[in-house]
Ligand binder design. Structure first.
Ligand SMILES: [Zn+2]
Length: 276
């Protein structure tokens, strides 16, 4: 049951026929895991918290750096040097005391992801390296959790929802990580500060739709965003029956850290750019 304050706080949701009070109660009992409290993680966390998603788990072992503040809007200048999960938790508490924030001041690994992910209904990816992305994607398939994907670089972004057997997984579309150095990181190539806001809000929208079971999620559709020309295009993406993780005869059935080693082309990446 919603309290009187909650009826006022969420009144614009309750007015929506797709949501109503029942939908809001559903959100308040939902649990979402965010990988990274950086560029994408910031808007996702801010909007899911404001929307009243009852539990937000945030995994990030990194500290707030001055160079993050151009886009990581959940953190502020006085937070420089603090753990991102602590800064994010404080901001969320100010926005909505209904939200329980569970912080994991560590990096996600093949060893810890199962225990963390199994506590949640859905995972939103805000990471900025291929090793973590493949790990989160494979874990989402193995633990049967919907995976809301987003990525950004320079002035371009992508988003999708992976929830096999409904539609493909990330690995169906991109079977292997590109060789180290083939794709630069945001740290190397830059990113427009608002771009993670744009993509993160798309991810937050998809997460809410999945939690509520409404609308048509970005399943089987890869959304491509070109911010410079403000063009949104969609690529139809299909499941690969030979996919090593969600296919008919999967070869990836357990997670091992040695299969998700960080690209070593840029050693700084390991320490400072776990997420955007
Ligand atoms: Zn697959």
């Amino acid at each position: 049951m919603l309290t009187n304050d909650q009826i006022i706080r969420y009144s614009r949701h309750i007015l929506l026929p797709e949501m109503g009070g029942k939908g809001q109660e559903k959100l308040l009992s939902s649990k979402v895991l965010l990988i990274g409290a950086g560029g994408l993680g910031s808007p996702v966390a801010l909007y899911l918290a404001a929307a009243g998603v009852g539990t937000l788990g945030i995994v990030d072992g990194d500290h707030v750096d001055l160079s993050n503040l151009q886009r990581q809007v959940i953190h502020a200048t006085p937070d420089i040097g603090r753990l991102k999960v602590d800064s994010a938790r404080e901001t969320i508490a100010q926005i909505n005391p209904d939200v329980r924030v569970v912080t994991y001041p560590e990096y996600i690994t093949a060893t810890n992801i199962g225990g963390i992910l199994s506590e949640y209904d859905l995972v939103v990816d805000g990471c900025d390296n291929f090793a973590t992305r493949y790990l989160v994607s494979d874990a989402a398939v193995i633990y049967k959790k919907p995976y809301v994907y987003g990525s950004i670089l320079r002035l371009d972004g992508q988003a999708a929802v992976f929830n096999p057997p409904q539609g493909p997984c990330y690995r169906c579309i991109f079977p292997e990580a590109p060789p180290p150095g083939a794709v630069p990181s945001c740290q190397e190539a830059g990113v427009l500060g608002v771009l993670p806001g744009l993509l993160g809000v798309i991810q937050a929208t998809e997460a809410l739709k999945m939690l509520l079971g409404i609308g048509e999620p970005l399943i089987g559709r890869l959304l491509l965003v070109d911010a410079l020309y403000m063009e949104f295009t969609e690529a139809k993406v299909a499941r690969n029956k030979n996919c090593p993780v969600c296919g008919e005869n999967p070869t990836i059935t357990e997670l091992r850290d040695e299969n998700y080693r960080q690209e070593t082309c840029n050693t700084e990446l390991d320490e400072t750019e776990e997420e955007k």
